[in-house]
Every structure is written in C-alpha cells, then in structure tokens.
Design a protein around this ligand. Sequence first.
Ligand SMILES: C[S@@+](CC[C@H](N)C(=O)[O-])C[C@H]1O[C@@H](n2cnc3c(N)ncnc32)[C@H](O)[C@@H]1O
Length: 267
Amino acid sequence: MPSEEVFILFQRLVQKKLGIYLSKQKRLMLGHRLAKRLAKTNIASFSHYYRYINSPENSAELELALELITTNETFFFREPQHFDFLEKHILPQLNPNKAFKVWSAASSTGEEAYSIAMLLSQHYQAPWSLCASDVNKSVINHAKKGIYQNERAKLLPQHYKESFCCKGIDEYQGYIRVKPALRQRINFFCFNLLDPMEGLGQFDVIFIRNVMIYFEDETRQAIINAISKRLSVNGYLFISHSETLHGLEHKFELIQPAIYRLQARCL
Ligand SMILES: C[S@@+](CC[C@H](N)C(=O)[O-])C[C@H]1O[C@@H](n2cnc3c(N)ncnc32)[C@H](O)[C@@H]1O
C-alpha cells in the first residue's frame, strides 16, 4: 500500500486527470489495483511508480494506471425505470421527422448503450442515433466488440437476447455477442468528461449514470454546466438513483427520481 504522502500525490493526479476523488479510505484499494502494474514494470515502490508515470515518455503507462482506477461496474437494463420512461413517455412525444439523438456519457463496457439501442430498435421507427463514450480505452474496446458472459447478461430480457444477440460457440461457449447490425448503430469513442464538449453536438437525451458519484461538487457542477449545453431544451438527463443534482446550480426540472428535463439554456 502507498504511504500516506504518496497516496496524496496519486489522489491529486487522479482528480486532475479524471475528476475522480479518492477519499483516504481508498488507499488500500489504490494499492491493490496498481500492484500488478508495479510488478509488470518491475518497479519496487509506489513513489517510484508515481514518478515513472509522470514522465512524458511513460504516458502509456499513466493511461493504464488511470484505467485501473476507474470502476466499470455496469449491466444491461440497469435501473429499469429509465428504460420504461424512455419507452413510455419520451418516444411517444417525439417528432418523427427529426432524428432522435442520445448520448451514453460514461458507457463503460457498453451494456447501457446496447440496452438503449435495443429499446430504440424495437420501439422507435423514426431515425435515431446513439453515441457512447468513456474515458477508459479498454472498456470502449470491449464495448465495440459487444461480447459478454451469459452471467453478465442475466437482466437482459429474453426477447431482446433473441432479437439482437448471437450465442457463442466453441471458445465463446458461455458468452453472447451483440449482432453486427446493432453494434454498427452505436458510435463508441473515448471521451473524458473533463474535456470541452462543444465538438460533440446536440442531444435529446443524455445518460450520465453512476459516474458523477466519484466526483466532488466543483467537478459535478462543471460537468452539469457543460452537459446542459449539449442537451436540447426540453431534453432529458438521466442520472443514477444513487446520485442527485441537489446542491448544484442548474436549469433542470425533476420529473421523476433520477430523471430531469432541461427547462432553458443553462448559464
Ligand atoms: C460505474 S461505470 C457506469 C457505467 C454505466 N453508466 C452504468 O450506469 O451502468 C462508471 C464509468 O465512468 C467512467 N469514467 C470515470 N471518470 C470519467 C471521466 N472523467 N470521463 C468519462 N468517463 C469517466 C469509468 O471509466 C467507468 O466506466
């Protein structure tokens, strides 16, 4: 485990690069997650490893270290109330002559984006597009492949599995793979929520779930300001049920727990 002093250096680095705030209680976790990189790079101490990843020629190692610090837990149709709301309240009100645009803004390995894509494919006949991004390159590569252990797809309703997934055979026994037609509907890319968002375009719905929980209020506020500018007026924002916009300045109206609608252009 890193010493307290070295932990503080990592803490600052992680907050600067990812926005993630590591509380003191995360010292052991940080040690566990980085231990295999120390072994792999043959570096004996956390302080040497810290110096190593901060030198410009080791930027690839810094990226790996940061990836190990992100928590990527996700699953299909997580927080099903959001998908019900999308299907029953948002889709019926859309103008079918205008493409419906959705962004899954911390998509991890893709289960959230594929859940949205399955729902839209099955329940929305007009044009739609879906972007899905994450700061972690490895999870984005996983998402693009669309291969999941059966165990991880337990909450994926059977009719979606049958329509949109193939069963793995041989070495892929025990896995499913999202069919190419659906995979091609999603634009997966790496994106850090701390970076400028102007180039991303405009969306009607943004899912930003189970990520702001790792940020402090100042970072959350900056992200909410930037995200608000990416949403069309009356567009919807979905956060996790374990998160809140409480205490932040914003122009959202709370519609249901964890579902907000943008009332007017923010700040
Ligand atoms: C717990 S997962 C949430 C996945 C999905 N949204 C869900 O609710 O199931 C959190 C994701 O946020 C990503 N993340 C953390 N910091 C980020 C940042 N600064 N920019 C973009 N993504 C970030 C992590 O890499 C991780 O994949």
